[in-house]
Design a protein around this ligand. Structure first.
Ligand code: FAD
Length: 404
């Protein structure tokens, strides 16, 4: 590894996507008070999907306290999955079988919807259809995965159990079993969000940054947002898409902010051919996951820690990178992995792996979107569908799944 790489990796922890091209978003400081149908607070991927959807038939203002895309979206490894952190069989024990099935099917539809939006809007973000391989680990072993694959197949999900011999023959992976699933994808999350914001802007949405929303006051007709500028924003509805920086005064029962780590190899990483079309993750705690990026970088992540601040600890970055490299080496011993980027970020977890999407108690006309799991971007899509439907005065039949 070159000295320059070590410097970037260990001192700054710069996420891979910070160096993506095509991140330009037409944002500017708030010049005067504005009045809109919907204010979206936060210009990450959730705010981007929300603004994109609502700008079809509403005037929209996106308010961002930093530059757009500088939150967890930039750190995301963007495995775009419908598989929830908790297996269907385990989620069923927590929220009931029918609800767990609904949550899985809704996620499956959301990944399809994401792909359709990207295609329809011609957003260049390296989106690629992928299979996923969920390896037996210390949290769920081969028997649990076999039952899980059966439960998924029963509701029409494209999941198939592979035993140890098949896993070894096909992929050269030494684990006691795995689930192979179709219907996932991966891409560049920052270019995805930037593309959505640009499309929303083209439909009339305005992106104001830097503007911090410091307080929201509602009345029967709408919400007034006080900002750290001299101007207020008036909206008929407000949607807080603030990632893991939960707005003050918004209850977040069951949601916990933890830290997670990721790294990426240099481009054109050599590896097994099947890896190009596969997202790999393991049923372990802490877990390891990896996937190829469009330029042939291998993107690897995991090693989550139950701390909201550990991701800021630069000294930890090196240790986490070493652990992830070692775990990867055990699984793929022939792969010569050389980290080029290493970074960390905050991550929201909930007891069920489901997000919290719903109206804010005590603040009329206000919605909050938060508490995502490992498939946060899939939930950003679901949030935009549910909140937009309800703002349009209709009802989304799955809204109850995500209310806290
Ligand atoms: C290392 C890592 C790996 C991940 N891997 C995956 C993965 O493989 N697949 C997946 O689906 N998800 C993954 N995630 C999760 C995913 O990235 C998040 O769910 C997603 O980025 C959340 O987007 P967001 O727009 O809600 O939040 P953010 O991107 O954090 O955006 C929120 C924005 O709100 C702004 N804001 C906050 N408060 C205010 C305020 N008061 N006024 C104005 N602006 C405000 C912030 O500045 C920020 O820009 C990963 C996350 C991390 C950290």
């Amino acid at each position: 590894m070159s000295g320059a790489t070590i410097k970037r990796d260990l001192r700054t922890g710069r996420p891979l996507w910070a160096d993506s091209h095509g991140l330009g978003v037409p944002a500017r400081p708030l010049p005067a008070p504005v009045s809109v149908d919907v204010a979206v607070v936060g210009a990450g991927v959730s705010g981007a999907f929300m603004a994109h959807e609502l700008s079809r038939d509403h005037s929209v203002a996106v308010l961002e306290r930093r530059a757009p895309l500088m939150g967890s979206t930039l750190a995301s490894t963007a495995l775009l999955q419908w598989e929830i952190d908790l297996p269907l069989t385990v989620l069923a024990e927590k929220i009931g079988g029918v609800n767990a099935q609904r949550a899985y099917l809704r996620s499956r539809q959301a990944v399809d919807a994401l792909r359709a939006i990207v295609a329809e809007e011609r957003i260049v973000c390296g989106l690629k259809a992928k299979h996923s391989l969920y390896l037996a680990g210390d949290a769920y072993g081969h028997r649990a995965l076999e039952a899980e694959a059966r439960a998924r197949a029963e509701i029409g999900l494209d999941s198939q159990y592979l035993n140890a011999a098949t896993l070894d023959n096909r992929y050269g992976l030494a684990r006691t079993g795995a689930i192979l699933s179709g219907g996932s994808a991966s891409g560049d999350p920052a270019r995805l969000a930037a593309g959505l914001l640009r499309r929303a802007h083209a439909r009339g949405a305005r992106i104001w940054s830097p503007v911090e929303v410091v307080r929201a006051v509602s009345d029967p007709d709408g919400v007034t947002l006080l900002t750290d500028t001299a101007h207020v924003v008036r909206a008929k509805s407000v949607v807080f898409c603030c990632g893991y920086e939960f707005p003050k005064g918004v209850p977040t029962p069951g949601a916990e902010v933890i830290s997670t780590w990721a790294m990426a190899s240099k481009p054109r990483q050599r590896g097994p051919a099947w890896l190009k079309d596969m997202l790999v993750w393991e049923a372990s705690d802490p877990y390891l996951y990896f996937r190829m990026g469009g330029d042939g970088r291998l993107i690897v992540g995991g090693e989550d820690e139950a701390s909201a601040t550990a991701h800021q600890d630069k000294a930890k970055l090196r240790g986490k990178r070493e652990i992830l490299t070692r775990k990867l080496g055990r699984l793929l011993p022939d792969l010569a992995f050389e980290p080029d980027y290493g970074w960390a970020g905050a991550f929201g977890e909930s007891a069920t792996g489901l997000p919290s999407i719903g109206p804010i108690e005590g603040l009329k006309h206000a919605w909050a979107v938060m508490g995502f799991g490992g498939n946060g971007i899939t939930y950003s899509v679901i949030a935009s569908q549910i909140v937009a439907t309800e703002i349009r005065g209709k009802h989304d039949p799955d809204a109850d799944l995500y209310r806290r």
